[in-house]
Design a protein around this ligand. Structure first.
Ligand code: ATP
Ligand code: MG
Ligand code: FE
Length: 345
């Protein structure tokens, strides 16, 4: 099937077009620069930017894919979770398209889409795998039997998301927003063993109750304290080393727990998705440790890890291929859509 997917949950206006599991177009317009001076995404600014970018981005995707809207078999859109006003713009646009073209509409879960996007690179998602979702707002370990049916949460962060920790530490280090990519870059020239920052929820006692959960807030505070102490003493802060040591702590915990989750379920496949999956150290460490553990690891290329429309189209395509019934045209934007709900019915 030929599917167009629309993503507007945060600050990226994404429109992707896929045929089956083949990516034909992935047009993204970002308002990230408009938010940078505020140090975080401003919802009203994001909504307005989506409104302005929506039609041109749909047009650009259709041109790139070489398809006419009338060729499409279905429209998919992020129904949630995300910023309410931002989601609304995408949902309204998708409804308009579906109604005018008389095509089915699929209101999908943004988080499940971060997982489903991997089909565009590596084909069918194995029946029985752990998906680690690490993004700006979420950090979860999910057991996946069939992504078109649902996911089962095994654990999640009890405070900050991994991406949030990257962004906050970046701010402490004086790096631009959003910080993840800048920390990644700075860390390349740093010494990962320069300081040993704490690994949240990995003590024997914590593991009893939080075996598959994460905590990054203590790590962030620990980095901030370390940096403050240096500044108080009038010493230079070795940004590269701190970035590398912080990144090492995050990736160490993520990969350890993800592999443990696979072992717990007897799954031989780990799939990693979400913006933080673009992190070069996480990718390298996951490959290294999974290989050692006899687990096959799949991570989409970095450009597909951060928010985009292709991921929404990819999930829509999986749902259509599985014969799942579409959403009603009265589909709401659900800013707190639970991770267990793949499709808004
Ligand atoms: P969610 O998917 O939970 O709704 P979101 O859509 O805002 O949140 P994504 O776009 O999936 O999040 O991911 C953005 C996050 O990924 C940001 O926190 C960003 O700093 C982080 N990120 C992006 N690239 C990298 C990288 N190379 N290393 C670490 N973090 C990164
Ligand atoms: Mg973004
Ligand atoms: Fe996201």
């Amino acid at each position: 099937p030929l599917i167009l997917g629309i993503e507007t949950s945060c600050d990226e206006t994404g429109v992707g077009i896929v045929r089956g599991q083949t990516l034909l177009a992935d047009a993204v317009a970002s308002s990230v620069e408009e938010h940078a001076r505020f140090g975080g995404v401003v919802p009203e600014v994001a909504s307005r930017a989506h409104l302005e970018a929506m039609v041109p981005t749909i047009r650009r995707a259709c041109e790139t894919a070489g398809v006419k809207p009338s060729d499409l078999d279905a429209i998919a859109v992020t129904s949630g979770p995300g910023l309410a006003g931002a989601l609304l713009v995408g949902v309204a646009a998708a409804k308009g398209l579906a109604l005018s073209l008389d095509k089915p509409l699929y209101g999908v879960n943004h988080l499940a889409a971060h997982v489903a996007v991997d089909t565009l690179e590596h084909g069918d998602i194995p029946k029985g795998c752990v998906a680690m979702l690490v993004s700006g707002g979420h950090s979860s370990l999910l057991a996946v039997e069939d992504i078109t049916v649902g996911v089962e949460p095994m654990g999640a962060t009890i405070d900050d998301a991994a991406g949030e920790a990257f962004d906050k530490v970046a701010r402490v280090l004086g790096l631009p927003f959003p910080g993840g990519p800048y920390v990644d870059k700075a860390a390349k020239e740093g010494d990962r063993l320069y300081v040993r920052f704490p690994r949240g929820l990995t003590s024997t006692k914590d593991l009893e109750r939080h075996r598959f959960d994460f905590s990054f807030s203590g790590l962030k505070t620990s980095v901030a304290r370390w940096v403050e102490a240096r500044r108080r003493d009038g010493e230079d802060v070795p940004v590269h080393h701190v970035a590398a040591a912080f990144q090492e702590a995050v990736c160490d915990v993520l990969t350890r727990k993800a592999i443990d989750a696979c072992k717990d379920r007897g799954y031989e496949h780990l799939l990693i998705g979400g913006g933080v999956a673009a992190n070069s150290r996480l990718r390298a460490m996951a490959v290294e440790r999974c290989t050692e553990a006899g687990i096959a690891v799949r991570v989409p290329r970095p450009g597909l890890c951060t928010d985009n429309g292709a991921m929404v189209a990819a999930l829509g395509s999986e749902l259509v291929r599985a014969g799942v019934a579409p959403s009603p045209l009265g589909l709401p934007a659900d800013s707190s859509m639970p991770i267990t709900e793949v499709l808004n019915k």
